[in-house]
Write a protein that binds this ligand. Structure first.
Ligand SMILES: *Cc1c(COP(=O)(O)O)cnc(C)c1O
Length: 371
């Protein structure tokens, strides 16, 4: 089976992990700082490394102080993690429909849904294509609410010359093996706002405060550290930071390869009236995580099944999040976001990853164009 996404691990990655295993620190050591600094160079803002993309979202939501009754506005075309931790914190999840062309949250739909309870807009860079961050920023500033970017798909993408990571108040990344680069499990939070990033960091490290100038208890001794707000253990160990550091060295190679595959597919499907290919906005240079095509909904399942039968590991990203049974259909009925529902009915993700050979790409094209 040709997988739709897969990690690329080379000898240097393996050596880096072995090096970390032989070091003094398996976790909380110097490789964490080194990985965070290397990430900052790519994403254009200081970062903290955490244990998953889900953890990163939880830390971002904790940093802005989400509490029961707050509302967050999110797109339905995403993995459920975008909503899950906010919902667990008691937030009300509000869904704004997507744009037909990019699959990203529609700023006009967002604007119409802002209330006095809205705490944040959470954009998702679907497939790696950045959301309309400037338009969303205007709305966020106008209403005095936060802008968060779930960039699980889009590390390495550029928006109007600026890297994803430097656009929102807080940006979250995932390093799951199918994503653009991997640490096995892992994630990160980026922010240009030192206070927000500090809050995210504390939340990810048990809420521990080690700086004596911030202590509320005095005269304890050199061992003392204290907690003002509860946190969790979302640390990323040195072993995995070593892998991340090594992977980051190849990020431009990863991006070029994904761009090449994107171009090869887009050219091959140009004249096929049943296949709509993804678009790229002007001024945007995505790191493509997915290659989402759309086909007429009546033949989508048939194509999906036949592709899988011929050894091509196609995927569908995503069922609109509010259709998961965890959401009450009385509050989130079918038809809530019609653009996202249609998108879902037509969508198939084709294999795209660093190790996908020319031959495999041709096989994907041959199978798909034979319908
Ligand atoms: C993968 C993903 C996440 C969660 O990341 P994990 O590292 O798997 O926890 C969140 N949001 C989106 C859009 C994702 O694709």
């Amino acid at each position: 089976m040709i997988p739709y996404g897969r990690q690329s691990i080379n000898q240097e990655d393996i050596d880096a992990v072995i090096g970390a295993l032989k070091g003094d620190f398996l976790t909380t050591g110097p490789l964490v700082d080194a990985f965070e600094l290397a990430l900052e160079k790519i994403v254009g803002a200081p970062t903290i490394a955490v244990s998953s993309g889900t953890a990163a979202l939880h830390c971002a939501y904790a940093a802005i102080g989400i509490k029961p009754g707050d509302e967050i506005i999110t797109p339905p075309l995403t993995f459920i993690a975008t909503q899950a931790t906010a919902a667990l914190m008691g937030a009300k999840i509000v869904f704004a429909d997507i744009l037909q062309d990019t699959g990203n949250i529609d700023p006009k739909a967002v604007e119409a849904l802002v209330t006095s309870k809205t705490k944040a807009i959470v954009a998702v860079d679907y497939a790696g294509h950045p959301a309309d961050m400037d338009e969303l920023r205007v709305i966020a500033n106008k209403h005095g609410i936060y802008l968060i970017e779930d960039a699980a798909h889009s590390i390495g993408s550029l928006y109007k010359g600026r890297p994803v990571g430097s656009l929102a108040d807080l940006t979250t990344f995932s390093f799951f093996p199918t994503k653009n680069l991997t640490t096995g499990e892992g994630g990160a939070v980026a922010s240009l706002d030192a206070d927000l990033l500090d809050k995210a960091r504390k939340f990810s490290r048990q809420g521990l405060i080690r700086d004596p100038s911030r202590f509320k208890l005095h005269g304890e001794g050199a061992w003392h550290q204290e907690v003002h707000q509860f946190g969790l253990n979302y640390r990323l160990p040195d072993i995995l930071c070593a892998l991340g550091l090594s992977q980051l060295k190849r990020i431009q190679e990863f991006k070029s390869k994904r761009s090449e595959i994107f171009a090869a597919y887009s050219e091959a499907f140009l004249s096929h009236k049943n296949i709509a290919t993804p678009i790229t906005r002007k001024n945007v240079y995505p790191m493509w995580h997915l290659y989402p095509i759309r086909v007429p909904s009546i033949i989508r399942k048939e194509i999906f099944v036949k592709m899988r039968e011929s050894g091509i590991g196609v995927q569908v990203n995503y069922i609109p999040a509010y259709l998961h049974p965890v959401f009450d259909p009385a509050i989130y009925p079918k038809g809530l976001c019609p653009v996202a529902e249609n998108f879902y009915k037509e969508e198939i993700s084709l294999p795209i990853h660093f190790g996908l050979s020319k031959q495999d790409q041709e096989e994907v094209i041959r199978q798909l164009t034979s319908f």
